[in-house]
Design a protein around this ligand. Structure first.
Ligand code: COA
Length: 599
């Protein structure tokens, strides 16, 4: 083992050092592109006002130039001028609950078991699969990923295991114990709201086999048959300010503090869930999406979680399987790559022989629940949000028509939304910045001049729709290229704002006006998370009257998860999902009816 470590140590760093640094885009370019992005989503007089503010901002010797210089200086001194700010603003300073608002869920296909024994057996294999993946992380033998032929930053893989978010009174933080001098050797299991520490390595350093893990999980389940325990984990579903306060209260007690630390330090958490409401096969995926996204509410499995934990695998008794992850350390693709590996691993026949050594009993984590903590738990139970998640299949042949599949799907989303609301809205699609060292994401603004022209014309028989569709798809793909090469506008504008704060200067007027607020009010928050496994990730809307749309385009179908808050009268996940299906089908019909020569 140590020989391997010696062999590969440094491989990761060498790769990382070879990656380019994220550039700071030219100021004038961002200002021009920002103005163009506003056109389809705000009124003409607001565009005019912003134009004036931008002129003032860009004046020679003005605030824009000064902030740009500051940013360029920062870029020359740091590995990535943006990432730390981004994690802070987008995640750690964000005070809404991580559940639904920030942490994605991942729904895997239903597994082939339907009782406790099957659940335990599968969970044991899953754990063994994650440990197998972890060996590649530890040995730095993970294959480098590529996007458009360019190697990607692999840092996020080193951030997802043995890490946890810690609530604060005003700002949260993330700790990563993988980098400590004594990296953890245990995972945490939660069953019937009770947490256990499970050591997953033998004394010789080899990981426990699936058979050994199975025995340990059985012991845990037998020690926690009672479901009357206080669901301490439900506290992690709260608004971050409330949880920050409750956290201080909780860890005042020494036992509680040790228990919380054991969860935070653990490699990951595995949730052995109790039954969820029984539903038809048709509704199964939607129900599982709810289970993965938020546990179904306090009466079901929401207390069977520690939502601050970066990575939680979830296995139900009925074959339900998936994950939930805390977003601050990583985007979906590395999580999905890990899960693809685990699913593949669980399908292999068990070959490894288990050493015949008795294993210590997994340790139950105790919590002393004072009346104050009990009150916090009751409050957390009442404030759980509900979402309606809709998952279904679509058909997709844009490649055959020489169109980017992602752009095609995004235009279907634009069309679906326009048909429901008769206007275009600010739309967010995440674009990977992993071509750059420590890169995270920028925004692809899917609502463009070209998309607006396309959706407005689509239901008008007199218009040349195919040309408009082609232009819209192309415009989206070129925005994507611009975003993944570090030339999009949103993170640059954020950077200019942060630079102003850093230098104690006033925030530029153009970043305080109504148009900017509207531009950031993403009623459509979307993301593509592709995978080998036939699964779908899901996340909640980012504004109260918005939608969260995650999709996984497979060769012959597309998995969608659409969410909206039930509490909002203006939105309906089921209606948008149906509108997306209609839009995709109508766009396909349009393409099929148009002679190829015309395209
Ligand atoms: N004709 C034929 N084929 C085309 C085409 C065209 N005009 N344009 C693209 N394609 C092909 C591509 O070559 C690619 O082929 P492959 O399946 O063999 O790899 C495939 O279609 C998919 O391309 P496309 O649909 O354009 O999307 P993409 O894979 O380039 O992804 C993004 C686009 C924006 C999703 C990607 O760049 C990205 O940033 N992903 C990360 C997003 C993220 O982080 N999400 C998680 C947030 S939690």
């Amino acid at each position: 083992m140590s020989f391997l470590l010696f062999l590969f140590a440094g491989r990761y760093l060498t790769h990382q050092k070879g990656l380019p640094c994220l550039p700071v885009p030219p100021l004038q370019q961002t200002c021009e592109r920002y103005l163009a992005a506003l056109e389809p989503i705000v009124e003409a007089d607001e565009v005019k006002r912003t134009k004036g503010l931008l002129e003032e901002f860009q004046r020679a010797g003005g605030l824009g130039e000064r902030l740009q210089r500051g940013l360029e200086k920062r870029a020359s001194k740091t590995e990535n001028w943006l990432s730390q700010w981004w994690v802070q603003v987008a995640y750690l300073d964000y005070r809404l609950p991580v559940v639904v608002h920030s942490s994605p869920g991942l729904v895997l296909p239903r597994m082939n078991f339907s009782d406790k024994k099957g659940q335990i057996r599968f969970a044991a294999k899953l754990i063994a699969g994650v440990l197998d993946f972890k060996t590649m992380i530890d040995n730095e033998t993970l294959p480098v990923e590529y996007l458009g032929g360019k190697p990607l930053c692999m840092n996020q893989y080193y951030e997802v295991l043995s890490s946890c978010r810690i609530p604060g009174l005003k700002r949260d933080s993330v700790v990563n114990h993988a980098k400590s001098s004594r990296p953890p050797k245990h995972i945490t299991i939660v069953h019937n709201f009770q947490f256990f520490v499970l050591d997953v390595y033998n004394s010789d350093g080899t990981p426990l086999t699936a058979d050994q893990l199975c025995i340990q999980l059985e012991r845990i389940c037998n020690a926690s048959t009672n479901s009357n325990s206080e669901p301490v984990g439900i506290l992690t579903t709260q608004h971050r300010d409330s949880w920050g306060k409750a956290y201080l209260n909780l860890i005042k007690d020494k036992t509680n503090k040790e228990s919380v630390l054991a969860i935070q330090r653990s490699i990951f958490t595995l949730c052995l869930d109790g039954a969820m409401p029984r539903v038809s096969n048709e509704l199964y995926r939607s129900c599982a999406a709810i289970q993965m996204l938020h546990g179904g509410g306090s009466q079901w499995n929401s207390g069977n979680r520690w939502f601050d934990k970066t990575l939680q695998f979830i296995v139900g008794e009925d074959g339900a399987c998936g994950a939930n992850y805390e977003h601050a350390p990583a985007e979906g693709p590395p999580i999905v790559a890990l899960i693809d590996h685990v699913v593949e691993y669980t399908r292999k026949p068990e070959m490894v022989r288990s050493p015949m050594v008795p294993l210590p009993m997994p340790r139950k984590l105790d919590f002393h629940i004072t009346p104050d903590i009990k009150k916090d738990i009751e409050e957390a139970k009442n404030s759980m949000n509900t979402v309606m998640v809709f998952g279904h299949f679509g058909k997709n042949f844009p490649k055959a028509h020489k169109m980017s599949p992602d752009a095609f799907i995004q235009m279907a989303l634009q069309l679906a939304y326009y048909r429901m609301y008769q206007h275009c809205c600010a739309t967010y699609e995440s674009a990977s910045l992993r071509m750059f060292r420590l890169g995270r994401t920028d925004t692809i603004r899917s609502a463009s001049r070209a998309s607006a022209a396309f959706v407005r014309a689509f239901d008008d028989a007199s218009k040349q729709k195919v040309d408009l569709m082609e232009k819209a798809v192309k415009a989206h793909r070129s925005y994507t290229n611009m975003a993944i090469s570090g030339q999009a506008i949103d993170r640059h504008l954020l950077g200019l704002k942060m630079q102003a704060v850093e230098e104690n200067l006033s925030v530029p007027d153009v970043l305080k006006d109504a148009a900017y607020t509207k531009a950031l009010h993403y009623r459509l928050s979307t993301s593509q998370v592709p995978s080998q496994t036939d699964c779908v990730m899901c996340f909640g809307p980012v504004v109260p009257n918005g939608y969260g749309v995650c999709y996984n385009p497979m060769n012959d179908h597309i998995n969608f998860a659409v969410s909206a808050f039930n509490s909002c009268k203006e939105t309906s996940a089921a209606q948008l999902a149906q509108a997306v299906v209609d839009a995709l089908l109508d766009m396909r019909t349009l393409l099929e009816q148009t002679p190829r020569a015309k395209l």
